[in-house]
Design a protein around this ligand. Structure first.
Ligand code: SAH
Ligand code: SF4
Length: 327
């Protein structure tokens, strides 16, 4: 635009550090330049259509309108000192997992890195106003981050950037359904963000039933890619396991899970299944969840049970889909 290069730095700081929501707020730029920028660029790609608060006050879910009229959801969670945002990377999802509401709505489009990061900035801005700040970001909302690899990675880079939000890489987690080529690429590129894998089953047959992508990238290849990640990076990998009654909470599944997790640097995150209207699967009883956790622990496998949050506003894992809960 023929402007001196330091203007780029001013603009960067305004957007990624100060999280301005309109070009008008960038007082370091001349009125004339602001007008030109306003004409050509979108400074706030997300408009809040609706915000829901869980009854216990711990969780909020926002519905954002995107410039093309599509919409996505993000979830903000308060837990002791943690302030975590769960963000979306796509409108819908193409992976069609049997128990996930997002999967059932199909794929609409990828989000840009700006649209992904802006979900975080929305909450960062608010927290900063009250003297607080975000502590964690998880790419576990709508969509499959590794199906939108480039934009998801670039969004994490923005969040981690020293001149931006400067959120530590270990505070950012990306979760994938298990796209093997992208896991290999992620390993090769040596990204520092935490990696979580939606495992959910320890046999090919069951995993294919729950996660159709297993047909393309079988469990055996997925585990090889995960081992490779751990070996190359020296980092722990997280396996997510949504506990479904009489489906993947059986002794057989547990034994097989122990067999391969036992010799890997990993952490298992057990997620009692959240209901979705289209699915006939049921959540494992809390006593069985405890047994599962105990068996893993006894086998020296690090594990935890994910807190169930925001269920009254359909903000739990696998419940995000643009739906009529708002109306
Ligand atoms: N697409 C990515 C990230 C989004 S989902 C992925 O699948 O990994 C975040 C986590 O919630 C995943 O582990 C996913 O399998 C899990 N999940 C999906 N539906 C769920 C449900 N109904 N109950 C509990 N967890 C669910
Ligand atoms: Fe997509 Fe993840 Fe839901 Fe599967 S669990 S449909 S990959 S969002």
């Amino acid at each position: 635009m023929g402007e001196p290069s330091y203007r780029a730095q001013q603009l960067w700081t305004a957007l990624h550090r100060n999280h301005v929501s309109s070009v008008e707020q960038i007082s370091t730029l001349s009125r004339n330049l602001r007008a030109r920028l306003d004409q050509d660029f979108e400074f706030q790609p997300l408009k809040v259509l609706k915000e829901l608060h869980s009854s216990d006050g711990s969780t909020r879910k926002a519905l954002f309108n995107l410039p093309d009229g599509q919409a996505v959801e993000s979830v903000f969670m308060l837990y002791h000192k943690r302030r975590t945002v769960c963000i979306s990377t796509q409108v819908g999802c193409a992976m069609g997992c049997a128990f996930c509401a997002t999967g059932q709505m199909g794929f609409q489009r990828n989000l840009s890195r700006g649209e992904i990061a802006a979900q975080v900035y929305h909450y960062a801005r608010e927290l900063e106003q009250s003297g607080d700040k975000l502590s964690n970001v998880v790419l576990m909302g709508m969509g499959e981050p590794f199906h939108n690899y480039e934009e998801s990675i670039q969004a994490m880079e923005l969040l981690n950037h020293a001149d931006g939000l400067n959120l530590g890489a270990r505070r950012i987690t990306v979760s994938t359904v298990g796209l093997v080529p992208q896991i290999l690429r992620y390993t090769e590129e040596k990204h520092p963000y935490r990696l979580a894998i939606s495992l959910h089953a320890a046999t090919e047959e069951l995993r294919t039933r729950l996660l159709p992508i297993n047909r393309k990238y079988p469990l055996k290849d997925l585990l090889t890619a995960c081992r490779n990640y751990v070996d190359q990076s020296g980092r722990r990998i997280t396996f997510e396991w949504a506990l479904i009654e009489n489906v993947n909470d059986t002794e057989e599944q547990l034994e097989r899970l122990i067999a391969f997790a036992g010799d890997m640097l990993c952490h298992i995150n057990l997620i009692p299944l959240n209901s979705s209207p289209q699915s006939s699967y049921h959540r494992t009883s809390s006593s069985r969840v405890d047994q599962f956790e105990k068996a893993l622990t006894e086998n020296n496998i690090s594990c935890s049970v994910r807190l169930r949050r925001g269920l009254d506003i359909h903000a739990g894992c696998g419940q995000l889909a643009v739906e009529n809960k708002y109306s």
